[in-house]
Design a protein around this ligand. Structure first.
Ligand code: FCB
Length: 461
C-alpha cells in the first residue's frame, strides 16, 4: 500500500457510497397504492419544471431496482443512501399504512443486503403527500411535524429490523426557504407564494421540529441499536486565503450565510444564532416553549450535502468581513450555482467542528457531485472527464479533512444515476450512470470506472 502523503489513501473503514431520492428515480407514481405527493402536483403544473418533465416514470427504479442494485455491486459501493416516499407508506399523509409501499422497500433493502450493501434511508426528501398540502398547507402548519413523526414511527417499526442507518430530513432550506417564495413565483415545490419572511422561517421551524420529533420516533420504534442523522446543505464560507485574518472572517460570516444561523445552529446547538435573530427581528419564527429541546436531539452523525461555497474575506467594515461574488468567468459545471469550489467540502467540515462547536459529531458527506453536459459518443460511451475532475478535487478535500483529524466517516456521491433533477427535469444529469430515458438503458459513464477504482484502491485515483 502506498502511504506517501500525496497518495490520498483513506483508512480501511472509510465508507464509499452513492445517493438517490425516491421521487427522482422511482417513477410508478400510480402503482402499489401510492397517492400523489406535492411534487406530482407541482411538476404537472405547466411552467414549473423545464420541458414539462415529471417524475411519473423517472428511472423506473420501482420496477428496475434489481438491475440498479447489481450496478451498485459492480461499482463496489458498500453504502447506499436512498429515500422513502411518505406517499407510498401513508398515501393520505396520515392514518392507514399501505402495505404494498412497505413491501417495495423491503424488497429493495433485502436486495441491497444480499450484495453486502448497507442501506441508509432518508425519511423525507421533499415528496410529502399532496393530501397534507390540501389539508393544512404542509410545512406552513405545525401539525405537519407531528404527522411526520407518526409516519416515521410507521416506517421504523416496519423496516427497523433491516435498516439501521436513518436520516430524518434532507435539506430543510430547499423545501422551505426555496419553496415558500416571498412575493414572487416559487422556483421550487411545493410552490406557495407568501407575503412575509416570517412565514418562511415558521415553515423551516416546523421542519426542524419534525426532525426532532422524528429522531425521538426512530429511537422509540427501533428495536435494535441504530444511527440517526440530519442531512443539511448549510452554506459554506471559504476564506479567500488561509491566513488567520481571513480564516477568522470566514468563521464570523458563517452564521449569517444562507440559513445557517436558523437551521444548522438550532439543530446542533439548541439555539438559533443570536446574530441571525437580531437580523431577522420581527421576521423570526414563533418558537414555543420546549421546541428547542426537541429540535436539539442527540445525533449519531451529521449528513453534509456539499456542491459549492461562498468566498469570504476580512474587511474594514462594521461586520469585519465581506462575502465575495464570483467573477463572471469563474469555472462552473452545468448549473447556474455549480461554481467549482472543492475547498468548501473541507471548510464545511471544519466549520462544524470549530464554528458550530461540534468536533464530537461524526460527519458523512451525504451528497456531492455535479451536472455535466454528458453525450453518448459513437462508441456508445459517455466520457465525462469534467465530472471526474470535479469529484477528484472534492475527494482530495475530503482526504485533507480526514488527515487533519476531522471526524469524516464516509462519502456518498450524488448521484448513482441520472435522474429527475427537480425544477430542471431530466435536462441536468448528475449520475455516474447515464440513463437513456426513451429505452431506460443504463450506460455506466467514465466517472463510474473512475469511482470504482477509487473504491477498490481506497484512495483518490
Ligand atoms: C440537492 C438535493 C438532491 C439533488 C442535488 C443535485 O440539493 O438534495 O436531491 O437534486 O441537490
Amino acid at each position: 500500500m502506498n502511504s506517501r502523503p500525496n497518495s490520498y489513501q483513506f483508512s480501511e473503514n472509510f465508507w464509499w457510497g452513492a445517493a438517490t431520492a425516491s421521487y427522482q428515480i422511482e417513477g410508478a407514481v400510480n402503482e402499489g397504492g401510492r397517492k400523489p405527493s406535492v411534487w406530482d402536483t407541482f411538476s404537472a403544473t405547466p411552467g414549473r419544471v423545464l420541458n414539462g418533465d415529471t417524475g411519473a416514470i423517472a428511472c423506473d427504479h420501482y420496477h428496475r431496482y434489481p438491475q440498479d442494485v447489481q450496478l451498485m455491486a459492480q461499482l463496489g459501493i458498500k453504502h447506499y443512501r436512498f429515500s422513502i416516499s411518505w406517499s407510498r407508506i401513508m398515501p393520505d399523509g396520515v392514518g392507514q399504512v399501505n402495505q404494498q409501499g412497505v413491501d417495495f422497500y423491503k424488497r429493495l433493502v433485502d436486495n441491497l443486503l444480499s450484495y453486502g450493501i448497507t442501506p441508509h434511508a432518508t425519511l423525507f426528501h421533499w415528496d410529502s403527500p399532496q393530501a397534507l398540502e390540501e389539508l393544512y398547507g404542509s410545512w406552513q402548519s405545525r401539525q405537519m411535524s407531528f404527522d411526520y413523526a407518526d409516519y416515521v414511527m410507521a416506517v421504523v417499526s416496519r423496516l427497523g429490523d433491516r435498516i439501521t442507518n436513518w436520516m430524518t430530513i434532507n435539506e430543510i432550506p430547499c423545501f422551505t426557504h426555496m419553496g415558500y417564495a416571498l412575493n414572487q413565483e416559487p422556483p421550487h415545490a411545493p410552490g406557495k407564494r407568501v407575503s412575509l419572511a416570517k412565514q418562511v422561517w415558521q415553515a423551516s421551524h416546523h421542519a426542524l421540529l419534525a426532525h426532532g420529533l422524528g429522531v425521538q420516533a426512530i429511537r422509540a420504534a427501533s428495536t435494535v441499536p441504530c444511527s440517526v442523522a440530519l442531512v443539511d446543505n448549510f452554506a459554506v464560507t471559504v476564506p479567500i486565503n488561509e491566513s488567520p485574518v481571513h480564516v477568522a472572517a470566514a468563521k464570523q460570516a458563517f452564521p449569517s450565510c444562507g440559513q445557517n444561523g436558523g437551521i444548522v445552529f438550532p439543530a446542533l446547538t439548541g439555539a438559533y444564532s443570536p446574530v441571525l435573530l437580531e437580523q431577522l427581528a420581527a421576521d423570526a419564527p414563533d418558537i414555543q416553549e420546549g421546541d428547542l429541546q426537541v429540535i436539539h436531539q442527540p445525533l449519531d452523525v451529521f449528513g453534509f450535502n456539499v456542491y459549492s461555497g461562498t468566498y469570504v474575506r476580512a474587511a474594514d467594515n462594521q461586520l469585519g468581513y465581506e462575502f465575495l461574488s464570483f467573477p463572471p468567468g469563474y469555472p462552473r459545471l452545468h448549473m447556474p450555482w455549480l461554481n467549482i469550489l472543492p475547498d468548501s467540502l473541507y471548510w464545511g467540515i471544519r466549520h462544524l467542528s470549530e464554528t458550530v462547536g461540534r468536533p464530537d459529531l461524526p460527519v458523512l458527506i451525504s451528497e456531492n457531485g455535479c451536472a455535466a453536459q454528458d453525450r453518448v459518443n459513437a462508441q456508445g460511451e459517455v466520457i465525462d472527464t469534467d465530472r471526474i475532475m470535479y469529484l477528484r478535487e472534492h475527494l482530495r478535500a475530503a482526504h485533507r479533512a480526514v488527515s487533519e483529524g476531522y471526524p469524516l466517516k464516509g462519502y456518498f456521491l450524488w448521484s448513482l444515476m441520472d435522474n429527475f433533477e427537480w425544477a430542471c427535469g431530466y435536462e441536468r444529469r448528475f449520475g455516474l450512470i447515464y440513463i437513456d430515458y426513451p429505452t431506460q438503458r443504463r450506460i455506466p459513464k467514465a466517472s463510474f470506472d473512475w469511482y470504482k477504482e477509487c473504491i477498490k484502491s481506497n484512495r483518490v485515483v
